[in-house]
Design a protein around this ligand. Structure first.
Ligand SMILES: [Zn+2]
Length: 141
């Protein structure tokens, strides 16, 4: 069964969710609806670290901000790739609200895509991509 991980925006538990059930997914703990963009889950810093610890798959993260034009173009492509690719868990992190995390990862420009495996960064790509670009980034790991 193909699955992903997402954090509940209400109680912040990490949920393991079957991909095909993602549109109707509810948090196992508090029963709130889990919010997905495609199969991308938006997370804060704590949830990001929790998912990195839980996931046995690579985790690919779109670091973005609302003021960033290229990020707006990239968002839908990243979502499209999340629906096409079950090799990784897809997350997005808002660099405006999660500044300390962005700083600790030394993110200089956005959008910035980083792939983590076993909690460690293994690949980084600066700039907007299309969905094919995201898929080939994942094929390269
Ligand atoms: Zn919850």
């Amino acid at each position: 069964m193909s699955y992903t991980f997402a954090a509940c925006s209400n109680c912040h538990s990490v949920n393991r969710i079957q991909r095909e059930k993602a549109p109707q997914a509810m948090c196992g703990k508090c029963k709130s609806k889990i919010n997905f963009h495609g199969l991308v889950s938006e997370v804060n810093t704590d949830d990001f670290h929790k998912i990195l610890r839980h996931s046995d798959k690579p985790v690919i993260v779109d670091f973005w901000a609302s003021w960033c034009g290229p990020c707006k173009m990239y968002g839908p492509e990243f979502e499209k790739a999340s629906l096409q690719n079950d090799k990784a868990v897809f997350l997005k992190v808002n660099t405006e609200t999660e500044q300390a995390l962005s700083g600790s990862l030394a993110i200089r420009g956005i959008p910035c895509t980083i792939i983590f495996k076993d909690g460690k960064e293994i690949k980084r790509q600066a700039g907007a991509l299309n969905s094919d670009g995201v898929n080939s980034l994942l094929s390269s790991i």
